[in-house]
Design a protein around this ligand. Structure first.
Ligand SMILES: [Zn+2]
Length: 160
């Protein structure tokens, strides 16, 4: 089954909240933060099993300061995923204010498999936002990040 065929995604509350905590600490020094969700697919279900916090640095762009992950770290990450039979399903990052997918986000996306999610959290994740308060996108077969409704299939993300 391809990642794009996963229609029910389950993520442990701890993965969501630990990610917010990291991104909030980056926000305290006015930097966007980025975390990744990895896990295992079984048919149409995908279970996130771990949070990955990649080495990252702030890049100043017209949209603000963007968190980017460089080549060496990406290679290390891919090796880690491969060795542990894990797949990346989502990248999650913060914005200083409004949550939307910027051109920079499109350009520097780490999750590049069709069917990957990209979740943008507003206000440097100052609080533990519900996913409904974030902007949730999914990569389609044409390489376009479309905003999706994560409360319903085929893009449902349930926090467990
Ligand atoms: Zn962004």
């Amino acid at each position: 089954m391809e990642l794009s065929q996963a229609t029910e995604i389950q993520v442990p509350g701890k993965v969501l909240l630990d990610g917010y905590e990291f991104m909030r600490s980056a926000g305290k020094v006015k930097l966007e933060g980025m975390v990744l969700w990895a896990g295992v697919q079984a048919g149409q279900g995908f279970t996130v099993t771990e949070l990955i916090v990649p080495k990252q640095k702030g890049l100043r762009t017209p949209d603000g300061v963007c968190a980017i992950v460089e080549g060496d770290e990406l290679r290390r990450l891919n090796m880690y995923l491969y060795r542990n039979s894990l797949e990346l399903i989502a990248q999650v990052h913060t914005h200083p204010t409004e949550a939307y997918h910027s051109t920079t986000d499109d350009q520097y996306a780490i999750a590049t498999t069709i069917g990957s999610f990209s979740i943008v959290v507003p206000n440097f994740a100052v609080i533990d936002y519900a996913l409904s308060e974030c902007a949730v996108y999914r990569l389609d077969a044409n390489g376009i990040w479309n905003e999706v409704d994560e409360s319903a299939q085929p893009n449902r993300i349930t926090v467990t």
